[in-house]
Design a protein around this ligand. Sequence first.
Ligand code: FE2
Length: 699
Amino acid sequence: MHFLKIIGAFTLQFRDLNVFIFRDSFHRLTMTEYKLEVTTGDRQYAGTWDHIFITLFGTEGQSERTELDNFGIDFATGTTGNYTISTNLSLGKLLLVKVEKDPALILPEDEWYFSKIVVTTPEGEAILFPCYRWISRGELVELRGGRALKAFEEDHPMLIDHRKQELIHSKSFYQWTTLAEGLNHISSFKNVSDLPAEVRFSKSKSTEVGNVKRETGIELILKGLLGSKEQWESIDDMKNIFRWKKTTMSEYVAEHWKDDDFYGSQFLNGVNPNVIKRCSELPPNFPVTEKMVKPFLEEKSSLKKELKKGNIFLYDQKKMDGIPARAYHGEPLHVTPGLCLLYVNPENKLMPIAIQLHQQPAELNPIFLPSDLETDWLLAKMFIRNADAMDHQSVHHLMKTHFLAEVFTVAALRSFSVIHPLYKLLFPHFRYTLHINTASRISIFGPDGSLNTSSLGYEGLMELMRRAFSETTYSSLCLPENIIARGLESIPNFYYRDDGLKLWNIINSFVKAVVGYYYPSDSEVRKDTELQEWISEIFTHGFLGNTASGFPASFHTVEEVIKFITMLIFTVTGQHAAVNNGQFDYYSWVPNGTRLLRKPPPTTKGQSSMKTILETLPDVGETVSIAAIVWILTEKYTDTVLIGAYPEERFQEPAPKQMMKEFQAELSDLSEAISTRNLQLEIPYTYLNPTEIENSIAI
Ligand code: FE2
């Protein structure tokens, strides 16, 4: 009896304790609150009047679908609103945030640029859920938050399944298609209106690009220049194409385009610094003799000695050989697969000293020299520049930066979950690339685009790209290797190399830090299925499985990943800036580098005059169209993100944020050094100054 009493008393006490615990928990659980900070982007028209609903999902359950509605205006552009979601029970570890946008009554579509949401749990943990995209009416978005995770690090069945579904959806949305046989694959979007919200231009960028096109067109129409079939009466008349649109450099080019030292400098610091190579032995099909070039070499020196000293360089345009040019008024145009020999003189200037316009030496294929009749030499230089302008635009600009960036982008969007660390690292470097490429495939590079008016025309340029594509190697896209392979380690006054290598190293340190943080060992690389799928898609769709190119088909080590991502970021930032940003400077003065020449090249010496030059250059309408396009492509737009600026907060963890700060500090030091160096230069080299480089290919 006594024993039972004791038991009973204990039981009673235990029960009381239970009740107490239950009541206390109940009290706390009914008060469970999730604090939300919801940020609307600060871009034009980012805000919305529509209703926004949020549902939180955790390991222990989900919240009610709750409308975010404070007193006053919600979701105004550039604001952060604070909201609370209460739940009966703790949701456990927070997994997903579902965001829905319903229409405000009777109002028309009112897209919302939703930046991010930070949820502070009742346990006091603040979790970042990045979004950074437009959300349309009726759209539902599920956000992943917290620390970046590789697929094998997922431990919750709901997230494993969510990740699987996310990638199935991405693959159905972002698809590959072919551009042409023998070229890399591209995204299947035909028009920019088909593009999903996350990769579209901002409204301000679309408006500004449209305005520049209109303003440029109106000025040229008012002057009666656009569409004019007249021939220029004098070269100087071209100075009046644009009244206001000039740069210091474009004016310098107009004054100096005939000068040999300026001509040579463009192979180093112009818009196509990718083509010349050191020449230690003349190619057999370019029989330049000692006698021909002796007057242009250092006194008492010889071609043989200069070849040995490493002062001779060659631009060989053999890739152009045999590509049919387009028909023009019923006759084929002429594109020359020329050879240009260059010499670094004792003043450290790179001078053209001999030009042969066709590959096979022949009587009607003379070697032109600086001592020839001025207009003969000028014509020879113009034909070299003409082929170079087409090679630059289609191969080095479009194919090796724009199209390559598109391959990296589509493969990433199909392969990586948004929570993957490399998605977070790389997505800012893909900003607007799909949009500009989709648009330019119609207006610039399409069969009816502006490049179709070049001497090669659309079909010819496709063939040129096909030839260049088959020769493109991984090594050639890695600047340090590219410079060595071309023998340009010590050529003087090569600022593209000097600035580019410093930039490459800065990018490399940053990538090393971030990739090293997320991949502490090679085995992490090998078991990351999304990473392996990404590089496999790039290899298959970007390089058509060509093992001879040296591009990796899979990654085995952390080191390989670092090198590839360094190359990627350099290509879409510095390399694109180097081949894009100087287009107005160097091409708006059309005689300096025209993609269209109307007359055949000279075949004998002593027959030309300024009249021949004017007849060979494009007519008035063609000239102003070329100048207008390069203006649009190099205009400064307000919606620009510079290299290393990551205005969108995508990483939760402090380590990558700190690495970004260090990256920015190094870029800032480089910028200062370049600006200081440029003060000493007659022609400042600005294209690789980080203050001039965008974080992605966006134009
Ligand atoms: Fe570009």
